[in-house]
Design a protein around this ligand. Structure first.
Ligand code: CU
Length: 267
């Protein structure tokens, strides 16, 4: 039975190593490649932490298995050895994890700053936002400036609105502002690896860059009420000129009052 437990503790780290062997071919079961440079850097942090955790797990489980195996296979007549702890061991397994945590904290600071701190945004994303995103129960509201104008912090009479469709230019970093109209929500664009809480009373500046035009998911990642599940929208990364075209069309739709002028007939 003792040998069984030793084998049990050898089994799981072995499974882990096999998984690590086949996982890169399957993109670690991520459902898509990270879109954009920032997404790749965020994935990089994820892989770093995953590696540290894997090494720790495999190391501790094999050691545990080895200790049990040793005791299972030794001569039952051998005298047991008792010890009263070890100061050096205590120091080692306190200092090593402390340094690992400190390393992670310092290592991720550049990516974090680029992602979250306005002063470190790419230059193109420091200027005016292309859209203001407001999360509310249970939809995403977009506010765009009128064509040719810049988005103001306060809503303007000629602003354009859309629901659950976020159109942005592709191929360059774009800035947007995130707000909440009621409770706490979370802006989550999984393919771009961008996630940020929308907090009532705050306007949070954000940016991302989508190199390839196309459709991307936008979800709410904060349980915000009964309709949380349907807070799903689409990000349209527009090709060159597509964003301006979209704004023109939105303006036409918004200005249209539903009345088609009658054609006057000559008597
Ligand atoms: Cu929500």
């Amino acid at each position: 039975m003792k040998k069984f437990w030793a084998l049990f503790f050898f089994f799981w780290p072995t499974v882990t190593l096999v998984v690590c062997w086949i996982a890169p071919d399957r993109n670690w079961w991520f459902f898509s490649e990270a879109m954009g440079q920032l997404g790749k850097e965020i994935d990089g942090l994820f892989y770093l932490i995953l590696s540290i955790v894997t090494i720790t797990f495999v190391g501790t489980q094999y050691s545990l298995g080895w200790v049990i195996w040793k005791s299972a296979t030794r001569d039952p007549d051998t005298k047991a050895v008792f010890s009263h702890g070890s100061h050096s061991l205590e120091l080692i397994w306190t200092i090593v994890p402390a340094f690992v945590l400190l390393f992670i904290a310092l290592y991720q600071m550049d990516v974090w700053a680029k992602f979250r701190m306005k002063d470190h945004f790419p230059d193109e994303a420091k200027s005016a936002a292309v859209v203001e995103v407001t999360a509310r129960q249970f939809e995403w509201r977009m506010r765009y400036p009128a064509p040719g104008k810049q988005l103001q912090a306060m809503p303007q009479p000629d602003d354009l609105y859309a629901v659950n469709e976020m159109h942005v230019p592709s191929g360059r970093p774009i800035r947007f502002n995130l707000r909440s109209g009621d409770v706490q929500h979370s802006f989550f664009a999984p393919q771009i690896r961008v996630k940020q809480d929308a907090v009532p009373g705050l306007m949070i500046p954000m940016w991302f860059e989508i190199p390839i035009p196309g459709k991307y998911d936008l979800l709410c990642a904060e349980l915000c009420g009964w309709g949380h599940y349907k807070m799903r929208a689409t990000i349209y990364a527009e090709p060159e000129g597509g964003y301006a075209e979209y704004l023109e069309k939105l303006q036409q739709d918004q200005d249209f009052d539903g009345v088609v002028p009658e054609v006057e007939e000559d008597e």
